[in-house]
Ligand binder design. Sequence first.
Ligand SMILES: [Zn+2]
Length: 309
Amino acid sequence: MELSSLAGNSRLKELLSHREEGRGLSHAYIISGPAGSGRHTLARLLAAAMVCTAHPGSRPCGRCAPCKKVFGGIHPDVAVISGVGEGKPITVDQIRSLRADAHIRPNEGERKVYLLEGADQMNAAAQNAMLKLLEEGPQYAAFLLLAENGGGLLQTVRSRCEELTLSPVPVKECQDWLEKRFPQKTGEEVRQAALDCQGLLGRAVERLEGTAESLQARESQAVKLADALETRTELELFEAAMVLDKQSREELPRLLDALERELTGRMARRQDRRRLFRGVELTRQIRAAARLNANPGQLAGWLCAGMFI
Ligand SMILES: [Zn+2]
C-alpha cells in the first residue's frame, strides 16, 4: 500500500505496505488514536486502496478515477456515518439503515466502504447491531471504525476487526512534514508548532492555519451565512452559500464550526428559532460529510435544498 501521505507511524505503514501481495486488506478495521493523530487521513487512504484500480502494490495510486473520487469526496461507494448532532453517538437505527444499504450492491466498483465516526461511543445495542453486520454482511462491504479508544468497543466487535492504532509523530518528523506543508511559514513558527502539538499533527496544522487575519475573514463569512440562513430567500441563500464550495479542505470545517457558533449564539436572542435550528442541523451534516471527503461538492445546493424543502 502506498501510505506516504500519512506522517510518522512507520510501523503501521510497514504492517500495511505488504498487504496486497499477501492476504489483502481485511473487511473491518478499528482505526484508533486521539483527535489530530491522523485517523481520517488513514481511513481515506484505506478506503481509496480498497476501490483503487491500479496495480495492487501501488494502491491507493491517487490518480485513477476511483481514487480521485474518494479523495474528492464524491465516490458513491464510500460513505461516512456519524452521530446526528454535536458529540452524539451513532445509534442502533443508523446501524440498521447502514445494514440495509450494505446489502445493495456497489454502484461502481467491487466494494462498498463505510467509515463510522466515534465508533467507541456507540451504545451496546448499536455495537451489537454492528457486530451482526461484521459477521453476516456481504463480502464486498468493508467497515472502518474510528475510535479515540479501541477499548471502548465491545470485545466481540474488536475480535472481528483488525485494530490499527495511530501513534504520536516524533517532533523532528512533525517539523519536516509541516515545513513542506507550510512553506510560507517561518522556521520558528513551524518549530514551535511541532514542539507544542505533542505528536498530533492535526493540532499543529490547525494552529498554523489559524492566523488572526484568516480568523477574521472566517468570522465575517460565518455572519453573512448565518444572516442568509436565518432571513433570506432561497436564491439569496444559494448565493451566500457559494462561499462553502470555494473553501479548501482544511478551511471548510473551521468555517462550519464558526457558522454553528454564530447560529447557536443567535438562538438565545430569538423568538422564532426554526430556521436557526434547521441551519445548525444542516451545518453539522455538512461537516460530518466533509470529515472524510476532501470536497463534498455542491454544498450551496445542499444547504438550500435542506432549508427550503
Ligand atoms: Zn487509484
